[in-house]
Design a protein around this ligand. Structure first.
Ligand SMILES: CCCCCCCCCCCCCC(=O)CSCCNC(=O)CCNC(=O)[C@H](O)C(C)(C)COP(=O)(O)OP(=O)(O)OC[C@H]1O[C@@H](n2cnc3c(N)ncnc32)[C@H](O)[C@@H]1OP(=O)(O)O
Ligand SMILES: CN(C)Cc1n[nH]c2ccc(-c3ccc(F)cc3OCCn3ccnc3)cc12
Length: 392
C-alpha cells in the first residue's frame, strides 16, 4: 500500500512511509506543542449545508441520535454481515470517564433537516509509551452517514477534534482502526471463541467444519455451569485499591499501556450491567486479590438475517493472571459469559492473550486491528504482545 496516496494523512504528524529512509529520526513526538494562543480558535469549515454541533451525552435525545447514527452507519466486518451495535449505556460509559471534555463529543448536522450525519469523539487518557507517560486523547466513534461517504468529510472531523484537543494543551492521541493508515505502531489479530455454536453457524459467523456434525460442534464448545477457581467472584467497589495495585504492576511490562488511578479503575472496571463485567480471584486464606479479568459487551447487528437480528458478543478487556494459570482464569470468564447468554467471546492477540487463545478453542478472525499514535514516531512497530492498551 506504500504507493497508495494519503492526501490527508501525508499532511499529519504521524509516522510516514517516506520516513523509512530516514532511520536516524528519533522515536518520540513529531511536532512541538503550540502556544494555546496560536491554536486555531474557530472551527474548521464544513460544506455549506452542514453545521457543527456538540452532542450532550447527558441528554437522552442526543444519545438516541448518536445511537441511531452508529447502529446504522458504523463499523461493519469485511463481508458486511455484521455491524457494531454499541448500546446507549455503553456509549455513555465510553464517553464520560473522569476528566472528560463535553466539547470533544463532536457531531455534524444537516442545516435543513438538523439530522445528525457524522460524529467523532475524544476522551482524555494517561498512556505510557515506553518510558514516557503522556496525557493524550483517545479518539473513537468516527462515523459518516453512508449517504455522505467519500466526500472528504472524515479529514475535517479529524482536524476539528485535533483542534479541540490542542485547545486543552494536549498534543498526542491514540486510536485503532481496521484499515491500514500511515503508520500502525502495532497490528493485532482478533480471535473468536464460540459460546453458542449453533447460532453462530445459523447467522453465517462460523461454518460447520467438513468432518464435524452440528452435535459434535456443540459438544466441542460446551462449558460447565460452575467456575473452578476458588475465590473467583464478581469485582466489588471494596476491591478497587487492590485491583489498581495489581493492574498497575501488571501493565508496567508492556510498551504501550494506560496508567490507571483508583478513580480510573473504579470508572472503567467496576461491573456495569450490559456494559462491563469484571472478576477478581480473592485467596480465601490470605484475602489477597491475586488475579483479575474483565470483558465488555458489544453486540453486533446481524445484517439481513430473518432468524436473528443481533449477535451478543463479549470482548476481552483487561486481565491479570497472578496466582491462577491464565487459561484457567479465562476459562472461568468464558463460563460466566456463557451463563450470561453471550454467543461469542472475542479477544485480540495483545498482552498475554496468546497464552490462552488456542488452548481455550479460540479461532482466528478474518481481519486485523491496527493501533496508531498521533504525533509520536515509533521506528520499530511493536509486537501485539507488547501492547497493554484496549480501546473500545
Ligand atoms: C493531538 C490530538 C489528535 C486527535 C486526532 C488523532 C487522529 C484520529 C484519526 C481518526 C481515528 C478514528 C478511530 C475510530 O473511530 C475507530 S475506526 C472506525 C472508523 N469508523 C468506521 O469505520 C465507520 C464506518 N465508516 C465511516 O463512517 C467512514 O467510512 C469513515 C468516517 C471512517 C471515513 O469516511 P469516508 O467518507 O469513507 O472517507 P472520506 O471522508 O472521503 O475521507 C477519506 C480519508 O479518511 C481516511 N480514513 C478512512 N477511514 C479512516 C479511519 N478509520 N481513521 C482515520 N482515517 C480514516 C482515509 O484514509 C482518507 O484519508 P487519506 O486520503 O489521507 O488516505
Ligand atoms: C476497537 N474500536 C475502535 C472499534 C473498531 N473499529 N474498527 C474495528 C475493527 C475490528 C474490531 C475488532 C476488535 C476486536 C475483535 F475481537 C473483533 C473486531 O472486529 C471483528 C470484525 N467486525 C468488525 C465489525 N463487526 C465485526 C474493532 C473495531
Amino acid at each position: 500500500p506504500e504507493s497508495k496516496r494519503h492526501q490527508f494523512w501525508e499532511t499529519q504528524p504521524v509516522g510516514q512511509y517516506r520516513d523509512k529512509e530516514n532511520a536516524d529520526l528519533p522515536d518520540g513526538s513529531i511536532e512541538p506543542a503550540t502556544p494555546p494562543s496560536e491554536v486555531k480558535q474557530e472551527p474548521y469549515n464544513l460544506p455549506s449545508s452542514y453545521e457543527w454541533c456538540t452532542c450532550d451525552v447527558n441528554s437522552e435525545d442526543a444519545m438516541a441520535e448518536i445511537y441511531a447514527l452508529l447502529t446504522n452507519n458504523y463499523v461493519e466486518d469485511d463481508d458486511n454481515m455484521f455491524r457494531f451495535d454499541y448500546s446507549v449505556d455503553f456509549l455513555r460509559w465510553a464517553l464520560r470517564p473522569p476528566g472528560y471534555f463535553p466539547n470533544w463529543h463532536i457531531g455534524v448536522r444537516a442545516k435543513t433537516s438538523k439530522k445528525l450525519v457524522a460524529f467523532i469523539t475524544g476522551v482524555p487518557a494517561r498512556i505510557r509509551v515506553k518510558e514516557s507517560v503522556i496525557n493524550m486523547a483517545e479518539i473513537n466513534f468516527l462515523c459518516v452517514h453512508k449517504k455522505l461517504r467519500s466526500k472528504r468529510l472524515a479529514p475535517v472531523l479529524i482536524k476539528e477534534v485535533t483542534r479541540r484537543v490542542h485547545l486543552e494543551n494536549l498534543w498526542h492521541a491514540a486510536y485503532t482502526a481496521g484499515v491500514v493508515l500511515p503508520t500502525p505502531v502495532a497490528t493485532c489479530q482478533y480471535w473468536h471463541r464460540s459460546l453458542n455454536p449453533k447460532k453462530l453457524i445459523d447467522v453465517g459467523f462460523s461454518r460447520l467444519g467438513a468432518r464435524n456434525t452440528m452435535s459434535r460442534t456443540i459438544r466441542l464448545y460446551r462449558l460447565p455451569r460452575e467456575t473452578v477457581t476458588p475465590g473467583f467472584r464478581a469485582m466489588e467497589r471494596r476491591d478497587v485499591a487492590k485491583v489498581t495495585a495489581l493492574l498497575r504492576g501488571y501493565l508496567a511490562q508492556f510498551s504501550v499501556a494506560p496508567v490507571f488511578t483508583e478513580a480510573d479503575v473504579e470508572y472503567w472496571l467496576l461491573p456495569l450491567e450490559n456494559v462491563v463485567n469484571s472478576y477478581v480471584v480473592e485467596n480465601p486464606e490470605s484475602r489477597e486479590v491475586t488475579d483479575f479479568a474483565s470483558f465488555y459487551t458489544l453486540p453486533s447487528t446481524v445484517i439481513g438475517n430473518e432468524q436473528y437480528s443481533v449477535l451478543k458478543a463479549a470482548y476481552s478487556y483487561y486481565n491479570v493472571s497472578g496466582a491462577t494459570p491464565i487459561a484457567q482464569l479465562m476459562n472461568d470468564v468464558l463460563i460466566m459469559a456463557k451463563r450470561c447468554d453471550y454467543d461469542v467471546f472475542n479477544a485480540l492477540d495483545i498482552m498475554h492473550n496468546e497464552d490462552f487463545l488456542k488452548e481455550l478453542k479460540f479461532g482466528p478472525g478474518d481481519g486485523h486491528l491496527h493501533y496508531y499514535l498521533y504525533n509520536y514516531r515509533m521506528k520499530e512497530a511493536l509486537k501485539p504482545a507488547e501492547l497493554g492498551l484496549v480501546l473500545l
